[in-house]
Design a protein around this ligand. Structure first.
Ligand SMILES: Cc1cc2nc3c(=O)[nH]c(=O)nc-3n(C[C@H](O)[C@H](O)[C@H](O)COP(=O)(O)O)c2cc1C
Length: 305
């Protein structure tokens, strides 16, 4: 995929799992090779382990710590790295979980030792690994979402109806195609030359959302007055109507006889405020609206006004 956000994030997660995994294996080998800790200059740290339960049994030397390090941070992270290299989705989940595991491991060190550089930096590494894993999970789900436009044979069979939509990543597009297929309506996509895709596009759209601005759209290439009913589908941007749909509605005031709205968003709360704004811009009143919660391509719940 061009401009994939998943691929570089996956590579970053491979780096973290390998870095932590290899480091943990090396550390545990050193501990097991010399359980007194003298070779690593860690023998002076053994008294700190007295704070832990069963210390007389487990922490007289570094054997138990070495085995624990190997299992908890070594083999685990290397397994995640292999799964990520093999492009398995389970590698993403495990890479994220083992970032959190590292943070918990370091929390034990925070409890035992006075505040120190190594524990702090490895806690930060764990946090970065977990965040990278979560980002890889989100990007993978986003990029594996696709809409098959050929799967909607009923579209365009009912000449008096139209479905209009704007969509960045395809979630609104799928809801719009399904509605058009259900009613037989024609379909029209609102387009813009502004940057809306990828991470930069997200922030650029966010700027428009925050200010409740209109976004410059390509000229509306369809005669709206010839339809009896139009369904307008929009994503929610920053708790309100998306900027391209706002621009569309402003330009279409007085041309649309009857409308209903489909709003698609990430949060579970409905956003009927966006439907009200569309009614206001179009000069309509109390048009029906559907507010759909969609997370990474899964349509979770639907509310009606
Ligand atoms: C700039 C921006 C702001 C967003 N703000 C919200 C928000 O306030 N509430 C919400 O639930 N979803 C928000 N979202 C998520 C989108 O509404 C949601 O992912 C929607 O399904 C996107 O559909 P699309 O990919 O077809 O454009 C926002 C998305 C973008 C790009």
């Amino acid at each position: 995929m061009i401009n994939s956000r998943y691929n570089p994030t996956r590579r970053a997660l491979i780096f973290w799992t390998l870095f932590i995994g290899i480091g943990a294996v090396a550390g545990s080998v050193e501990m097991l090779a010399d359980p007194t800790g003298k070779a690593m200059g860690m023998d002076a740290l053994l008294p700190f382990f007295k704070k832990l339960p069963f210390s007389d049994l487990l922490f007289k030397n570094y054997i138990f710590s070495g085995i624990a390090l190997l299992i908890v941070n070594g083999i685990t992270n290397l397994t995640a790295a292999v799964l990520l290299i093999l492009k398995r989705r389970s590698g993403i989940v495990l890479g994220t979980v083992f970032g959190i595991t590292l943070m918990l491991w370091i929390c034990i060190q925070f409890y035992m030792f006075p505040i120190n550089f190594m524990s702090t930096i490895f806690f930060i590494f764990g946090a970065i690994q977990a965040a990278t894993g979560y980002a890889a999970y989100v990007f993978e789900r986003q990029e594996s979402f696709s809409v098959n436009e050929n799967g909607y044979p009923n579209i365009g069979t009912e000449k008096q109806r139209l479905v209009v939509y704007f969509s960045r990543m395809g979630y609104v597009k799928k809801a719009a195609l399904e509605e058009a297929n259900r009613t037989g309506a024609y379909i029209y996509e609102i387009k813009t030359d502004e940057k809306t895709d990828g991470t930069l596009g997200f922030w650029w759209c966010g700027r428009y959302g925050m200010h409740a601005w209109d976004m410059l759209i390509l000229p509306i290439g369809i005669d709206l007055t010839r339809f009896d009913h139009i369904t307008i589908c929009s994503p929610i941007w920053v708790f309100g109507l998306s900027a391209p749909v706002r621009a569309f509605c402003r330009q279409s005031g007085g041309k649309i006889k009857e409308a209903d709205y489909i709003l698609v968003h990430h949060q579970k709360t409905p956003y009927f405020n966006a439907a009200k704004e569309m009614d206001m811009l179009l000069g309509l009143k109390n048009s029906p609206a559907k507010s759909i919660c969609c997370r990474r391509g899964k349509y979770l719940s639907e509310k009606h006004n």
